[in-house]
Design a protein around this ligand. Structure first.
Ligand code: FPP
Length: 258
């Protein structure tokens, strides 16, 4: 790892750089975008004979700690998988709980995010979300749009195949309308029609909970992403675990097929 990045990681873990989270400073990490699959909240709760909801609550704590940490490191982009389009299949009780949790977190944690210069954005099929949550999301996006720190994308009702399908439909419509020449459609065109338009592809994807799959997350964007799977369950994931993932990333040889 470059010396500067190692130093920043060390200082941040010891809490000395918390005030650096203004993050207009250039990232000293060898990364611009990290994506996370926060898996294992329910297993964490079950292991402790606690209700599942408590696992999700502790998951929020891990996320808060991570957002602070990567903000202090001036990471430009962090994208977290909060609710997949498949998660609707869970019990009505759990889905209802998660929706209330998202709404509460947005109202309760909003000021702290804003104070840390976090710029929030949501990716996914948001139209299907409950009205109250949609209003909170829209307000948070509007109020943080001029912030200069971490760009935090929360994937909610997100599914990569749906994202790509919707992009294909829009591209087809643009071709029909004569606004786009089908022969010029390339990677860049497709990027522009995804929810992540304007955001660089993640260099690193971290999945907690030990499962070795992408679960319909950022499939297009992860074409060359390094994947790091950790057995730890999400509520146990710490900033030091993030640092270890970055260290491992720096040891990988990225060849992009060459
Ligand atoms: C995966 O664990 C986690 C979720 C489906 C919910 C993720 C949500 C949070 C961590 C809260 C973060 C909240 C905000 C506001 C963005 P799981 O339920 O699939 O656990 P399992 O693998 O043990 O079943």
């Amino acid at each position: 790892m470059p010396e500067a990045a190692a130093r920043v990681l060390k200082e941040s873990t010891s809490g000395e750089t918390a005030s650096r989270s203004k993050a207009s400073a250039k990232s000293e990490l060898p990364l611009s975008h990290v994506a996370i699959i926060m898996d294992g909240n329910r297993r964490w709760a079950t292991k402790r004979h606690l209700p599942r909801a408590i696992g999700h609550k502790h998951g929020v704590k891990s996320l808060k700690a991570l957002v602070k940490h990567v903000g202090a490191l001036s990471l430009p982009y962090l994208t977290v998988y909060a609710f997949s389009s498949e998660n609707w299949q869970r019990s009505e009780e759990e889905v209802g709980y998660l929706m209330r949790l998202f709404t509460d977190v947005l109202s309760e944690e909003f000021q702290e995010l804003a104070d840390n210069q976090v710029k929030l954005r949501f990716i996914g099929d948001l139209a299907a979300m409950p009205e109250k949550l949609r209003a909170s999301m829209a307000e948070a996006v509007e109020k943080t749009k001029d912030n200069s720190g971490l760009n935090l994308q929360v994937a909610i009702n997100y599914g990569s195949r749906l994202e790509i399908t919707q992009a294909v439909r829009k591209i087809a419509q643009a071709v029909r309308d004569g606004k786009l020449d089908a022969n010029t459609v390339d990677d860049q065109t497709i990027n522009q029609y995804l929810y992540t338009s304007g955001i660089p592809d993640p260099e690193l994807l971290i999945r907690t909970g030990g499962e070795m799959r992408l679960s319909n997350y950022l499939l297009w964007q992860s074409a060359y992403t390094e994947i790091y799977v950790i057995e730890k369950l999400w509520p146990d994931f710490t900033p030091a675990d993030f640092d270890e993932a970055v260290s491992e990333f720096t040891r990988r040889e990225r060849r992009y097929g060459s």
